[in-house]
Ligand binder design. Structure first.
Ligand SMILES: [Zn+2]
Length: 178
């Protein structure tokens, strides 16, 4: 049976992403990281606790929504916000002299518009990482999404350079699920 993308659950999308290879396990042993994330009150501390497993020191920068904002470029306000965020990230890299920058979104996120699905947030996070990729010399850029809440939480690394993202996105668009 061929599964229609529109019927796909979040778990099935994650499984598809792992199978194709654009979703993976968090990268370990990164040491000192600059972490751009959503600061949502009910989610921030659990996300921070999860990040502490992968980093020895963390410099957090939070904007409502987190990394997917960087890929949300469809009006002037968002474009201005993206410029401000980019400046903040560059300033942090320069001031801290740390070269690992993690762009994080999470799901569910109270700041995600109701018309955006989980996969929309993943794609916007990927697009945001691609916007920054190559613009910061010597910076190791990582994109990730935190999924779940309470005791059931996981982090998925997004291989935003993975060519299959484009193919999967185009299939999803053909299924009118964008
Ligand atoms: Zn949030």
């Amino acid at each position: 049976m061929t599964l229609k993308v529109a019927q796909e659950t979040e778990e099935q999308f994650i499984a598809r992403g792992k199978e194709i290879g654009f979703l993976g396990n968090p990268i370990k042993g990164k040491g000192r990281i600059i972490w751009f994330t959503c600061g949502e009150g009910n989610a921030f501390l659990p996300m921070l606790a999860d990040m502490c497993r992968y980093a020895e020191r963390i410099h957090p920068i939070s904007f409502n929504g987190g990394a997917w904002l960087l890929g949300d470029r469809y009006d002037e306000h968002r474009m201005r916000l993206r410029d401000i965020i980019s400046e903040q990230l560059q300033e942090a890299v320069y001031a801290m002299k740390w070269n690992t920058l993690v762009l994080a979104s999470h799901w569910p996120c109270v700041f995600a518009p109701k018309n955006l699905s989980f996969r929309n947030i993943v794609y916007k996070t990927v697009e945001g990482a691609r916007v920054l990729d190559g613009s910061m010399d010597g910076v190791d850029l990582i994109a990730e999404i935190h999924v779940g809440c309470g005791l059931k939480r996981e982090i998925h690394n997004l291989d935003f350079r993975h060519e299959h993202f484009d193919k999967v996105l185009s299939i999803d668009q053909q299924n009118s699920f964008w």
